[in-house]
Structures are given as structure tokens and as C-alpha cells.
Design a binder for this molecule. Sequence first.
Ligand code: FAD
Ligand code: HEM
Length: 403
Amino acid sequence: MLSESSAAVVTATLPAVQAHGEAITGRFYQRMFDAHPELLDVFNRGNQATGQQKAALAAAVVAYAEHLTGDGRVPWGPILDRIAHKHASLGITATQYTIVGRHLLAAVGEVLGDAVTAEVAAAWDEVYWLLACELIAREARLYTLAGVAEDGAVWRDWRVVARTRETADVVSFTLVPADGAPAPAFTPGQYVSVAVDLDGGRGQQIRQYSLSGRPGAPDWRITVKRVRGAGDAPDGMVSTYLHERVAAGDTLRLSPPFGEVSALGDGGPLLLVSAGIGLTPALSALEHLAATEPEREVVLVHADRTPSAHARREELPRLQERLPNLSVRLWYEDATDGELAGLKAEVAEGLVDPARIPLSPGARVHLCGPVPFMSLVRGGLLRRGVPPERIAYEVFGPGMLRD
Ligand SMILES: Cc1cc2nc3c(=O)[nH]c(=O)nc-3n(C[C@H](O)[C@H](O)[C@H](O)COP(=O)(O)OP(=O)(O)OC[C@H]3O[C@@H](n4cnc5c(N)ncnc54)[C@H](O)[C@@H]3O)c2cc1C
Ligand code: HEM
């Protein structure tokens, strides 16, 4: 709990912090990377360049301050879970919170200037450490559950046993632990962090990839879309590296599985809705259900540019044989380039229409795809009466959907 005196100060200064949130976090990152250049290897440089990470950090700090002062409109628990899982997958340590705290609070002082009296600084220091302690505690628990022996020591070598080209822009990697240990268990929807050393001494970068194979299999699978540059935006660093440099026989550094979003629902009807490379959690869920609950009622809705851009679609007929209550509905922007033998699916042309998504009473929903796609589908399902707590979703980047 925030002390009473600090609560009053935080309430009074929250509008200013909120208004300057991204300026503060922008300044924070500059200061922190100047003092600790080694952290450039931990943070995602793409998200730094696009500003997505500073927006997510500012939004989280403001939402937490609102939560503490009783003005919170957004449920706080899911935000905390999301951050803790992401941090754990990156091997963030308790000691690093001191560095972040020092530079974040100094950045508040720099941006807000004289408005930051000693009293204001002390109140925001209290907010920061309450939040930090909650995160550190959750992360410590996640490390213990994942069998991580030492705080933050998440990295383990995995050997690439197969590399499979799925489409022009998508490749899957099949991986086994390099030390011969069994692959750890995971829940469909969970992801791993992958750390790579970029060419030309550009340092390390870490990205998350959802596990796209069956939990319990002797190997893990990740399915990676190559992010191509457009206009001034460069090619994606890690996806390009994985596509161009990594082959069967190579070794990759992976974290244990983390992620708070399950793609399995609660045992009743399940609606899996994906677009583009967002199909990876759904594929893992379908593989798992085919092995464990083949009678489950499942609707798979997938949207893609064309049938040939739709990765791993040739696996769907076999999954339908194993899941008799699986129905498939596909939306392609351009559906002309080919049918798939053996697939029983309704195929429509154009963008997905949430009003036409089949909806069983009581269905649990899992969404994954670009943010505008998920916002559209979630909004449509909410309007059709699906309660928000029945709709789980995974953003393939920092932050969460906004209502
Ligand atoms: C939980 C989770 C699960 C995920 N699962 C998957 C998955 O299963 N499969 C998958 O393929 N991906 C997945 N992702 C996405 C993945 O982690 C990466 O974000 C993706 O591969 C792109 O990484 P990159 O290094 O190639 O691109 P980055 O280098 O990070 O670039 C990202 C974007 O930023 C732009 N950018 C970079 N620098 C600049 C600049 N200076 N100016 C303007 N724009 C710039 C790039 O052009 C690009 O569009 C997942 C993400 C999360 C968070
Ligand atoms: C109270 C303190 C902190 C808060 C509120 C916070 C908040 C966040 C948020 C909101 C995200 C985005 C989560 C998402 O993917 O949606 C994030 C990611 C991240 N955080 Fe923190 N964080 C804190 C401390 C730290 C510390 C101590 C470190 C270690 C140096 C750290 C490193 C990272 C990294 C590397 C990412 C991923 C960056 C990216 O993908 O762009 N954070 N954090």
C-alpha cells in the first residue's frame, strides 16, 4: 500500500507524469543505455526504434499509480502477469531493478523540472519500488517453477534438428536440448525467448517465439516469419538472422517456456482466431487437443493474405481427421492461388468479418495476430455478447489491447 502522504502527492502529480509519460521513458532509456551499454543486448532495439517499448513502460507505470491511488480503470493483475512473464523469459534480475529505478526517477526529474520537489520524488520512488517488489516476487516464483537455479540464469543451448520451409517468408525450426535432457513441458500459448549474436559485432538481440508444436513431444518447434523492411523501416534483425543464418545442426540459446495466456480455453467449446503468423499458438493447441481431448468442439478461424502465404495449412486436413469436431473457416484477401486437397473448410475472400465468425454458447476465445486485427475481432465478439474475460489474446510485441 502507498503511504497516505505519498498517495496525495501521486494523485496530484499523476496528470503531469501521464502527459509526459513517453518523454520520461524516452529520456530514461537514453540515460540508462549511456550508463549501462551492456543493457542494449537485453532490450529489443526494434521496439526502441519504433517507440513501442517506451509507450508500454509509461502505460504500465501510470496504470500502476492509478491502481494504487484507487483511480484504476484497467484490471491490474493481467498487466503484472504479462510483464513478469516477459521479464522472466529475458532473465531479468532483481539487481537490475535498482538500475532501472535510478534512471527512471532521474528522468522524471529531468522532464518535469522544478515540479519535482523532494516530496514528489519520494512519492514516486515509493510507487516504483512497490511495483518493482511485486514484479521481483512474481519473477522469482516463475524462475522457481521453471527450475531456473540462479536468478535470471535462463539460457540453455538447444540444437536445431530440422529446418522446414513453410512458405516464402516462414520457416519452422525443430529443436532439442543440446545436453540430451528431455524438452520441458509447456502450455499451448506459451513462448520462449531466443537470444542470437548478430553478425558484424552488432551484439546480442532477444525475441520471443510461441511454441508451435505439441507439448510433451520430444522436441520443440518454433515457426518464424521473416520481417521484411518497407520504406525507411529496415529488415527485422532476429527473424532475418534466423532465416539466413540458422540451419540444422546449429545451436540456439533459448529460455524456458513462459507466457500467461493459454490457448486451450477451459474444457468447453473453443474458438481459435488467428491472422498471419499469429497461427502459432493455435497450431500448438490443436496438436495438443488432438492428442488429449479429440472430441473437443473447436472452431479455427484464420485470416491470411493468400492460401500460399498461409503457413502449415497442409497440416489442417490431418488435424481434422484427428479432431472430428474441428471446423475451419478461412478468410483470404486473395483466395485465387490454390485449393488444399482434403481440407473441409469454408473459405471467404476479403478481410475477416467478426459478425460471421461461428460462435458456440459459452465458447472460450483465443486471439492472435496483428493488433488492428485483434481489436476488430475482439470488438465484434464483445458486441455479440461474449464477456471480455472469455477472450484471451496474445500480442506479438510490447503492450496490450486498449478498450
Ligand atoms: C509473446 C510473443 C510471441 C511471438 N511469437 C512469434 C511467432 O510464433 N512467430 C513469429 O514469427 N514471431 C513471433 N513473435 C514476434 C517476434 O518476437 C519478433 O518480434 C519478430 O520476429 C520480429 O523481430 P525482428 O528482430 O526480426 O524485427 P525487429 O528488428 O525487432 O523489427 C521489428 C519492426 O521494427 C521496425 N524497425 C526496426 N528498426 C527501425 C527503425 N530504425 N525505424 C523504423 N522501423 C524500425 C522493423 O522494420 C520491423 O518492422 C512473437 C512476439 C511475442 C512478444
Ligand atoms: C518496475 C519496473 C519495471 C516496469 C514497470 C517494467 C515494465 C515493462 C513493460 C510494460 C514491458 C512490456 C511488456 C510487454 O511485452 O507487454 C517490459 C518489457 C521489458 N522490460 Fe521491463 N519493466 C520494469 C523493470 C525492468 C528491469 C529492471 C529490466 C532490466 C533491465 C527490464 C527490462 C525489460 C526488457 C528487456 C523488456 C522487453 C523489451 C522489449 O521487448 O522491447 N524491465 N517491461
